[in-house]
Design a protein around this ligand. Structure first.
Ligand code: ATP
Ligand code: SF4
Ligand code: MG
Length: 324
């Protein structure tokens, strides 16, 4: 197994006190596999991704384990994490400008980790940067390598960031909403590019998205998050064919149906997610869930295994099945 996350919890200090942002999340990923993390805004997707990268905000504390290539990342110091980042694991952010340095040329930024992690000479690293820009589909890569981030379009910048992430041939790439800032046609091209690159090498991919359709198209496995919890996980085919958790079902129903008539109302999920400051001690979906009973509010629902590694955290799976 490449990655095994066990009972990961993340606590963050806020002005209102310490908040538990990720609650007992467990999932695993093998070499070359693709995992989608899906959930509404604020469900803890980015914080889960940042925990894997060792890039949580200052003051964050964690518990559980993140075993990556057999080492627990939560036990590494900052220098050890820095060695790992960009080399064994890399991240593609939603907004490329947050990751790219406006003052350095694209080529230099792609070359730097190659010099640092792979010991390449300046000239070899720059030649490799041009090759990487070509690989991510940027026309005229020699000229693009000399360009500064502001001279590229949003889609081109995202390609440059992907080239940077690919540089050291990481074993795992984490892409957090990599296309949200782009227009729809460019979004599809970038997602295709990420999926193709993953398929060509034995690189595993974690794709974070609030859109279940994007995950369904690009990921073999899926993790549905809500209120900082992994509510349901398993093979994407199994989860979409037989969703077991009331929240996953609600998400599926909230999606625009293929062939829906224009103007036809979507069934939105009623109510709002609890804020991290007001997280109930029991199931975070209680209150919004049509199947809520008193017991739901008493404790975090334990994981229920549903065959293979299909898992859902709900105390009323049987009732949810009958309600389907
Ligand atoms: N620096 C921070 N300090 C304290 N709380 C934070 C911080 N950043 C995010 N949070 C809170 O952590 C929770 C999870 O946030 P996170 O960014 O992981 O959500 P997300 O699922 O990625 O949402 P989105 O789809 O909007 O990107 C939210 O309640 C958010 O308000
Ligand atoms: S545990 Fe209760 S509130 Fe939570 S999803 Fe299941 S039925 Fe709904
Ligand atoms: Mg996010």
């Amino acid at each position: 197994m490449l990655l095994e996350v066990a009972e990961l919890s993340v606590d963050l200090p806020t002005s209102g006190g310490v908040r538990r942002i990720v609650r007992s999340a467990s999932f695993a990923l093998d070499h070359g596999q693709t995992l989608g993390i899906v959930g509404e805004s604020g469900s803890g997707k980015t914080m889960t991704a940042l925990a894997l990268m060792g890039l949580l905000p200052d003051g964050a504390t964690t518990s559980g384990a993140i075993l990556f290539e057999g080492r627990d990342l939560l036990k590494l110091n900052e220098a050890q994490m820095r060695d790992l980042r960009g080399d064994r694991v890399a991240m593609i952010f939603q907004e490329p400008m947050t990751a790219l340095n406006p003052l350095h040329s694209i080529g230099r930024q792609i070359a730097e980790p190659l010099i640092l992690h792979r010991g390449l000479s300046n000239a070899a690293a720059h030649a490799e940067a041009v090759r990487l820009l070509e690989r991510v589909g940027l026309p005229d890569p020699v000229r693009r390598a000399r360009a500064y981030p502001h001279q590229l379009s949003g889609g081109q910048r995202q390609r440059a960031m992907i080239a940077m992430a690919l540089g050291c041939a990481p074993r795992l790439i984490i892409a957090d909403e990599p296309t949200t800032a782009l227009d729809v046609t460019v979004q599809a091209q970038i997602l295709d590019l990420i999926a193709d690159l993953g398929a060509q090498s034995d690189m595993a991919l974690i794709l974070v998205s609030h859109d279940l359709a994007v995950i369904a198209q690009n990921c073999e496995r899926v993790l549905v998050m809500y209120g900082g919890m992994a509510m349901e996980s398993g093979r994407t085919d199994d989860v979409l064919a037989r969703p077991a958790h009331p929240y996953t079902k609600a998400l599926l129903q909230a999606r625009p149906r293929v062939g829906a008539r224009r103007g036809e109302r979507l069934q939105a999920i009623a109510g709002a997610a609890p804020s991290a400051g007001a997280m109930p001690k029991g199931c975070p979906f209680a209150g919004r869930c049509p199947l809520t009973i008193a017991a739901c509010g008493e404790a975090l629902p334990a994981p229920v295994m549903l065959g293979g590694d299909h898992m859902a955290r709900c105390i009323r799976i049987d009732a949810a099945e009958r309600a389907a």
